[in-house]
Design a protein around this ligand. Sequence first.
Ligand SMILES: Cc1cc2nc3c(=O)[nH]c(=O)nc-3n(C[C@H](O)[C@H](O)[C@H](O)COP(=O)(O)O)c2cc1C
Length: 345
Amino acid sequence: MHRYYGIQKIICNFTLFYDQVKKMRLYFAPVQGHTDAAYRHFHALHYGHINPNAKNDTDLISSGSDNVIYTTPFIRLEKEEIRKKESKDLISDLNRGLEVVPQVIFKNEHELRRLIEILDSEGHKHIDLNMGCPFPLQTSRGRGAATIANEECHLAVSNIVNEYGNIHFSVKIRLGYDKEEYIPLIENLNSLKLDYITVHPRTAKDQYTGPLHIEAFEDIYKRSKNPIIYNGDIKTPEEAMEIFTKYSDLGGLMIGRGALARPSIFREIISGEEWDSERRRHELLFFHKELLNYYKESLIGGEHQVLSKILPFWEYSEEEIGRKAWKAIKKSSNMSKYLTALTLI
Ligand SMILES: Cc1cc2nc3c(=O)[nH]c(=O)nc-3n(C[C@H](O)[C@H](O)[C@H](O)COP(=O)(O)O)c2cc1C
């Protein structure tokens, strides 16, 4: 009874706010180790976020809000170049027909400039700047969330955005490193024309858990002259609707772990129809089997390598598929055990 009411309510909300939803863009968050080219491709193909006829960016953009925008996990500089694995991911044919935004992480103007120079020479027209990553390996080197309060990095961003007028830029931020320190950054970004700023309302110290700092998000939403994308803890279409309803001037919504667990979430939001759990599980299995087949064909290291690629994709799915199946998948030590574990879904 309660669930039925929930569905009715969401459909009613969708009818009311459908035009508003249509104006907003939906973004699949970059998740290192998960959202690689194959994952993006099969996700888009399976859940209908691909424009198979797109020949260029204009086609993709004009196809509008049916498409999800994918940001790549961060790309960093190593010996003055982009690492081979990341380059391969970016130029992969699997990106065809998808709106993919490369994201860079940097600690100073030199790194940022070199990364943009390379991506510009490869023809990328939109680049996302990571100013929020909380991984200690990056922050201890001055990258990601360590750039939020670094005025030299603010200046570097201004210089690069102003210099590369041919490229669209967006910035992905947190609130600060161990406390809220975003105000000077937002003021600096207000002097630039960005496509959007994605805000995950936590500090780096919070990592990915604990309460979201919603007041700080609202402060940024009010202060920013650039469009704001909300990002944090969205797991259901209903939660997405609540955000849309509450912040009508939002540029869009980015979903990470919630979309890895429930990859249909964007399709459900776009169509205004919440899928029941049976349909979600059925499609999820189908999608994961497509991924498995792809990795079986493309990875040369055998079963073990395929499993080590595929198992992390289930990391955030416990609620979606149930504890029993989730634990069995996690414990699968060979392909046969993995396939048996899938039957528990
Ligand atoms: C394992 C992991 C890897 C991530 N990798 C990146 C990354 O490469 N770049 C980035 O901007 N954010 C990264 N994020 C952060 C997500 O993009 C997102 O901001 C965060 O998970 C909050 O959104 P969610 O609650 O919808 O998952 C990562 C998050 C996780 C959990």
